[in-house]
Design a protein around this ligand. Structure first.
Ligand code: AMP
Length: 503
């Protein structure tokens, strides 16, 4: 078994890890840290929740502490690129936490807040800069920042970068970096477009990976409740009467929907807050802080806003609306199974969303057990008052795979995407993509010091290599998923009685 002490990390870093309560490295850390300590480039397939931030932050902090240099105005030594501001803030927090016993400074810059404070911070000199690409380019254009002294570059969540339209920003950034540098590249998936991007950043990289998405899905106790749109709010409020659902992340597909759910909760006397692209940075931070300290039990989020949110002890994820991109479902439910913890995910599914449920089950290769509607559930409001305005239908069928216009922030086709991902957008449908997000499971790629094993282009194992259905953890298969969601056997709603296990 690998231990943190095996890596040769500086004592102050090991001390910080003890303070964090980390006992042993996660698989992505065990694979990545030795290569990164050697100064090698690394190409990693891992998603948020696997411990990948420490996988790159620890060796970086070690290398900086071993070669101290006076800080130079506008010229950081390390650049970490992140697709969203929430993730950027969390990465910066991690650097600060792991580097608390070192004399190094970390700064985070992203759009949506005034630039002058960021310019001033850079002027004073920083060692580690964490940035979203749009704001980084703005700062370079304003001559507030130079990338000429960058020794180590991290590109995190590369697939999200491309999804959010950052490709041109990245292509420009790479031309501004010194050729002599170490680069660490991470993505949850590795389709051709991403590996091509990786090639432009990396030199003779070591390849590392952790197991695919299904492991996350398997760790989470899942259920689906078939419910009409107009009864979703009242169902949510009914479920929240269960005190074991003590820290719950509720996902809606739209910003409008998130606000509406919070208003409903407020009327029902349940403390909730919404987090999405229309909220200001202080509003987001307040919502997150309340959720973390327990004063706000329910956080209602859209997919993009929730990306990178890292809150420990989320007992439940509730999909108020099912996502039309199946990978988003796995990202969402992974919020309740951080770093090996288990949790529960409950999905509300109306008639239109049944097609999305099918796609999700196909991706995870798991049947989501159906739970009945709680007995005596009040009627709720008419469907027209639901969180989600009805989508256009063609021939009476929902338009699958196409987010509702409002989910794209009213962006029409052909309209340019803004450089900053602060506005929530409906995620692109990613059909036929070979790669799947990695879970927090067992190592899959090359072992440190051993033979490097390049993971196949698509991270999803070939059909023949996948565990047979029978080898998967037993799933309570719905004998007959009746339209009304009732099992007909008077079974109790099991998850209402179970207290979730915590890390
Ligand atoms: P990340 O994938 O970097 O977002 O990390 C997910 C969560 O795992 C964060 O809350 C980290 O603090 C936590 N974490 C990272 N590494 C370890 C470790 N070795 N042991 C325990 N928790 C960890």
């Amino acid at each position: 078994m690998t231990l943190f002490t095996d890596f040769g990390l500086a004592q102050p870093i090991l001390k910080a890890l003890t303070a964090e309560g980390y006992e042993k490295p996660t698989p992505i850390q065990a694979q990545t840290i030795p290569y990164a300590m050697e100064g090698r480039d690394v190409c990693g397939i891992a998603q948020t929740g696997t411990g990948k931030t420490a996988a790159f932050a620890l060796p970086i902090l070690h290398r900086l502490s071993e070669s101290p240099k006076p800080r130079r105005a506008k010229s950081p030594r390390v650049l970490v690129l992140s697709p969203t501001r929430e993730l950027a803030s969390q990465i910066a927090d991690s650097f600060k936490a792991y580097g608390r016993n070192l004399r190094l400074s970390t700064e985070v810059v992203f759009g949506g807040v005034t630039i002058s404070r960021q310019e001033k911070a850079l002027m004073n000199g920083v060692d580690v800069l964490v940035a979203t690409p749009g704001r980084l380019i703005d700062l370079i254009d304003r001559r507030a920042l130079s990338l000429r002294e960058i020794e180590i570059l991290v590109l995190d969540e590369a697939d999200q970068m491309l999804d959010l339209g950052f490709i041109h920003a990245l292509k420009r950034i790479v031309t501004l970096l010194p050729n002599e540098r170490q680069s660490l590249f991470f993505s949850a998936t590795m389709p051709k477009t991403i590996s091509t991007l990786a090639e432009s950043f990396l030199r003779n990289p070591a390849h590392v990976a952790v197991t695919p998405v299904a492991t996350t899905a398997e760790r989470v106790e899942q259920s689906v409740i078939f419910v009409q749109t107009g009864r979703k709010q009242v169902l949510l409020e009914t479920l929240l009467r269960d005190p074991t659902i003590d820290r719950v992340l509720v996902f809606t597909r739209t910003k409008h929907g998130a606000d509406k759910v919070v208003r409903g909760l407020d009327k029902a006397g349940i403390a909730g807050a919404a987090i999405h692209g229309n909220k200001s940075q202080p509003q987001r931070e307040r919502a997150l802080a309340g959720f973390r300290d327990g004063s706000c039990r329910v956080l209602v989020a859209t997919d993009i806003a929730a990306r990178g949110i890292d809150v420990e002890g989320v007992s439940h994820v509730i999909n108020y609306d099912l996502p039309n991109v199946p990978e988003s479902y796995v990202h969402r439910i992974g919020r309740t199974a951080r770093a090996g913890a288990t949790g529960s995910a409950i999905s509300f599914c109306n008639d239109e969303e049944k097609a999305y449920l099918k796609d999700i089950e196909k991706l995870t290769r798991l049947k989501v057990p159906v739970m009945p509607l709680p007995e005596g559930l009040p009627a709720g409001s008419a469907p027209s008052e639901s969180s989600e305005p009805r989508r256009e239908q063609r021939n009476g069928q929902p338009q699958r795979g196409r987010p509702a216009p409002h989910a794209r922030g009213h962006q029409g086709h052909g309209q340019p995407r803004s450089a900053d991902p602060n506005a929530d957008r409906g995620p692109k449908r990613r059909r036929g993509r070979g790669g799947k997000p990695a879970g927090n499971g067992q190592p899959q790629g090359g072992q440190p010091g051993g033979n490097q094993q390049r993971p196949a282009q698509g991270q999803r194992p070939a059909q023949g290599q996948r565990p047979a259905q029978g080898q998967r953890p037993a799933q309570a298969k719905p004998a007959a998923a009746r339209q009304d969601g009732r099992r007909g056997d008077g079974a109790q709603v099991a998850w209402l009685e179970k207290s979730p296990r915590r890390r």
